[in-house]
Design a protein. Structure first.
Length: 350
């Protein structure tokens, strides 16, 4: 990271004039424009999202209703002797539009805030979908294309200021630790790495049963996981966290052992399995955006029939398709505590 005019060249997200995630997220290692060209770094566990060699460009077909990170800025270089307060930020998803409606269901969005003692400035950092939650959860079925089309990238967003009213009114704004400017700068380097290599949003956690010790088949990769990784990195750098209860939202699917089906090429390519390809497209069709209330309820009945009555779900994870033999209670939204971390000798990431 090169310091210039007091700021690191780490534009995690863009300002309002940016037209593409590549601009919003800085200059990537390659001008690759296709997902297939991405080099994959396998994880040791089935349940973990893969990390990638670089972030590919998004397709112009993917469009956001709300601009991603409209006031984003570069991460500043802090003076090493600065004292930075770190805040836990949490508010209901889409609070700006629906107020506390989703807060009653404990569907929460997480972020982290920073305040510099030397400058008095404060900042917000979060990680979320480039093209809204629906696009990250279900694909588009485009005419003339056999394979489902995904707009499922997520990314970090850093901007100056903390909207106290937004976080306090229906959520949480609480001090969790204090770090030095040197620790903040090291964290910023890690965030750049994390943002360039962890690029696909994953809504679902998939596990074998509601039991807390049950097997987690697939772990989600969303806003709260980024905050948890950030806290762990700070702990590894020496941060000591206050005794604060921290709860997070998870949307869980319950399934028997998943069955691997293949990737886009092996299923939808020229030598692919046409029967399986048709089944996957048919499964995703009812999840499309709806123009009328009647259309919504007709498709809702189809979803209930497939997922609950026939115990079927097709999951797209790490660029691969899996069949989930669904089982009771099928789906659950939980809001459970994940304790603040303690440091480890082996630093995570960079």
């Amino acid at each position: 990271i090169v310091a210039a005019s007091g700021s690191q060249s780490l534009p995690l997200a863009g300002a309002a004039h940016l037209t593409s995630p590549a601009q919003a997220l800085g200059k990537w290692q390659s001008s690759c424009s296709s997902r297939e060209a991405v080099l994959i770094i396998p994880c040791a566990s089935l349940s973990q999202c893969r990390r990638f060699d670089y972030r590919p460009k998004t397709d112009p077909y993917c469009q956001a209703r709300y601009t991603f990170c409209p006031t984003g800025s570069a991460v500043p270089v802090m003076k090493e002797e600065d004292v930075i307060e770190v805040y836990r930020l949490q508010a209901p998803v889409w609070e700006f539009k629906y107020g506390d409606l989703l807060g009653h269901l404990k569907i929460m969005h997480d972020a982290v805030g920073f305040k510099s003692a030397l400058t008095g400035k404060n900042y917000t950092m979060e990680w979320y979908e480039l093209f809204q939650l629906g696009n990250c959860t279900f694909p588009h079925l485009r005419p003339g294309m056999d394979a489902p089309f995904w707009c499922n990238q997520g990314a970090a967003c850093f901007y100056e200021g903390i909207d106290d009213a937004h976080w306090k009114e229906n959520g949480t704004l609480v001090l969790v630790t204090t770090i030095s400017g040197a620790m903040f700068n090291e964290m910023a380097k890690w965030v750049k790495y994390d943002n360039e290599t962890g690029i696909y949003y994953e809504t679902w956690t998939v596990q074998a049963s509601p039991d807390k010790k049950s097997t987690v088949w697939f772990d989600s990769y969303e806003c709260s996981k980024f905050i948890l990784r950030t806290y762990q990195k700070l702990a590894d750098l020496g941060a000591v966290f206050n005794k604060v209860q921290t709860n997070y939202t998870s949307i869980i699917l319950f399934s028997g052992e998943p069955i691997y089906l293949g990737n886009e090429t092996s299923i939808f390519g020229p030598q692919g399995n046409k029967t399986l390809a048709a089944a996957i497209r048919d499964f995703y069709y009812p999840f499309k955006p709806h123009k009328t209330v009647r259309e919504f309820f007709v498709d809702l009945l189809k979803i209930i029939d497939r997922v609950i009555l026939n115990h079927e779900f097709y999951l797209f994870y790490n660029l691969e398709y899996w069949f989930l033999p669904m089982k009771f209670p099928y789906l659950k939204i939980i809001y459970e505590e994940v304790p603040l971390p303690v440091g480890s000798k082996a630093s995570v990431g960079v």
